[in-house]
Ligand binder design. Sequence first.
Ligand code: 4NP
Length: 163
Amino acid sequence: MKTIKVLTVCLGNICRSPAAQGILQAAATQHKGLDLQVDSAGTAAYHIGKSPDPRSIRALSDVGVNISAQQARQVKAEDFDYFDWIVAMDADNLANLKAIQPAHSHAKLVMFGAYHTSVALGEVQDPYYGEYDGFVVMREHLQRISERFVAHLMSVDQESSCL
Ligand code: 4NP
């Protein structure tokens, strides 16, 4: 079974992308036919080395996913060759990633809510400046996208190049 490597990316790497990483990792453990390696990063450098926002940790903990050990880092050029998928949380993140994507890089760079032309699950709103409720909305949105994304990965020939 081929390992599929996925990098989830947001701006600060303390709210959305650590949550997306935790949700995808949890989904992978539930699907025996899927070998997923997941990491997360931010396009900005503000929070390098920090733990996820306590509100993200709590929102994920409420569904049994522990993301407290993650540490924020910034996206680097090598990520574009190492990962099979780089999934951005919103259109700004995607534009920032496209601006630093090396020519001919390996990764499929997409918005997480639109990883395929037939998928339109939208941008994952940034909950950082809002209340805790926004983190629950974020988690539920990420869970919906992740379910569909994982089903997509399982449905395609994992040995083929057209993931
Ligand atoms: P994230 O949220 O991109 O989902 O991690 C943010 C976290 C911090 C900031 C912005 C967004 N900030 O401006 O510090």
